[in-house]
Design a protein around this ligand. Sequence first.
Ligand SMILES: N[C@@H](CCC(=O)N[C@@H](CS)C(=O)NCC(=O)O)C(=O)O
Length: 340
Amino acid sequence: MPAKSLIRAALAAAALAAISAPAPAQTLKAVKERGQLICGISQGVLGFSTPDDKGGASGFDADFCRAVAAAALGDPTKVKFVPLSAAERFTALKNGQIDLLSRNSTWTMSRETEFGLAFPAVLYVDGQGFLLPKSRNVTSALELTGAKVCVQKGTTTADNLGDYFTANGMTFEAVTVSSPEESLAAYQAGKCNVMSSDISQLYGERLKLPKPTEHMILPDVISKEPLAPVVRGGDGEWFAVVKWVVFALINAEELGVTSRNTEEAASSQRPDVRRLVGADGSFGEQIGLNKTWAASAIRAVGNYGEMFERNVGSQSKLGIPRGVNQNWLLGGILFAPPIR
Ligand SMILES: N[C@@H](CCC(=O)N[C@@H](CS)C(=O)NCC(=O)O)C(=O)O
């Protein structure tokens, strides 16, 4: 091939590579340079993420953002919260608007393949359920034939409903809404007579009703909703950071390390405790962080149990039982690989 054609071919190949190249896979570097984590949360799910009007946010998912900021930047306050609706959350992450999505998002295969995203680890094991007035005297979801069900668009909730009713040979009418407020308003106005969503969210929605005790959550769990933080695919370093923050919080509870004892833990007799808080080994450095990455996260938000009980469990208004979101040694399914 003559030299000119070779150059032209090389330029064309380079241009093509530039077009098809994924966004730079260096989220950790970007977060460190900015000195701030940009974290996508919900627009309002009680106990999980509730933005306030000063740019802050409270809840289990918001605390996870703080834990990641503490691990990556040594400071849990270095977070910018970006409230996102269910329908816009994955595009916002894909487009680089946020570094991390921490917002009651179910890990599914198509969300990884279609959006090029990755779910590092499950943070809360949930399932879909139904909320309805006690006065209807319904005891099982199998009695819901013909129900008008309020469901939010852009969620797994909508798909699961179809699966469940079809599998049981039942009909229903989906009343599609685009926010939890709209769902509550439609339910109160009688536009739908059942609300369906992740059970953890139904606890919060019920509290927003004028007379919460007049409504019940049916015992049926019709789907698996492994809720997980989400990152862009192809960013192995950032994926590892987020994954090991989840595992550090779970391991901390298992090892008795809390927000109040990370300093004593550094001189514990137990090698696994010392490794977790960075007194032994260089595990943090191996994922681009410092020695005390996990200790900083645990000090900021507590271990998994502290974070759960404070936001959604026994110390909160929601009062959700630990259930399967309990450590594997205590009968739950929280199981984190060891730090070693
Ligand atoms: N876990 C399900 C549902 C998550 C979801 O977005 N649920 C809606 C309510 S059903 C929600 O969080 N709404 C709050 C908001 O849009 O801010 C999913 O990932 O699709």
